[in-house]
Design a protein around this ligand. Sequence first.
Ligand code: GLC
Length: 420
Amino acid sequence: MSRLLTSLTLAAGLLASASASAVEVSISCSALGKEYEICKQGVDAWAKKTGNTVKIVSTPNSATERLALYQQLLAAGAGDIDVFQIDVVWTGILGQHLQDLTAKGQSVVGQHLPAMVETSRVDGKLMAMPWFADAGLLYYRTDLLQKYNRQVPQTWADLSETARIIQDGERKAGKGDFWGYVWQGRAYEGLTTVALEWIASYNGGTIVDEKGEITVDNPKAAEALKATSGWVGTITPEGVLNYTEEEARGAFQAGNSAFMRNWPYAWALAQGGDSTIKDKVGIAPLPKGGADGRHAGTLGGQLLAVSKYSKNTDAATDLVMYLTSTEEQKRRAIEGSFNPTIVSLYTDADVTKASPFIGDLRDVFTNAVARPASVTGQNYNKVSTEFFNAVHQVLSKRSQAEQELNRLDRDLKRIKRNGW
Ligand code: GLC
């Protein structure tokens, strides 16, 4: 009896202390496709496990608008959001407002993809934990390639030709709003990732090289922009100039395009029960600039960071460690085709079964092209904004590729002045 009483008293004490220390943590999650729902499931599981509660703050879909919101909140020292989902290219820009996670993360970060760990550090300190990795991919309709007897395109010239053939055929068959190729063409961060792929695939460099030299004004880059701007209004709808990831996915998933450029998340949705193109989709590396070009997918992805202004640092850090753990990354890979950052999951049978491309396209992820974010540091967003605006001008036929790259070079030099 007395033993029972002791354990009851102990249990009551434990409960009291758990609820006394239970806190509410808020996290910003993206809401692209199923992302919000999948974030919520993970967050709810952590809340149940720890007794804490979590508030999810949804954020704009456009990376550029999301960054502006974060900068506004953090510059004001606002503690409204404890955990931020941040883009791989923002660690340098936001680092001053984030907690150093080195002490908590150091022992596990070695399990993650080195390129993703690289994007999480500022001056050697771990300012975020890698959550999922992205790389630009080519989505194609397997049924249509078969119908028109075409192969998966290896160069952009092949893609244009195949897109045109399928588009003409489908339109003749009565699909008036059918297009060859959809991608992200709005003037925002997404266009930087897309245009970097074009330029890198023509061996035209990465805007700014690893040493910090501005390289974007070169004939290969001009050739890339000339070729791709020719698509707008021919194999690509003019509306693409205002497309982000979700508008491109909407067109492709509705069965209105033969090809699409997008990130891995679109796979789980294209293969979803309500998708009109289920089991008619393939994924391949993006085409090369020409026979001597290369397959180039931009490295993207998201990290989780704890705000310096959080009043619940311990709980917030614990949530970050939980969401970035092997178990949770595996669940997210299976449910939402979010590419893990934990290396061992790339050979996990359940993961590769749900998203076959994760194993098949390993090279795309390991050789993904990085944006010049670390080398330009605090200036990255300015560099990217100048770049996507310049590309948008060329795509909208307001200016010629050579002329625009020359102007961009001058503007980037002005931003760089004596160093980044
Ligand atoms: C995805 C990528 C991110 C990129 C963004 C551009 O969210 O993960 O790295 O900046 O798309 O739209």
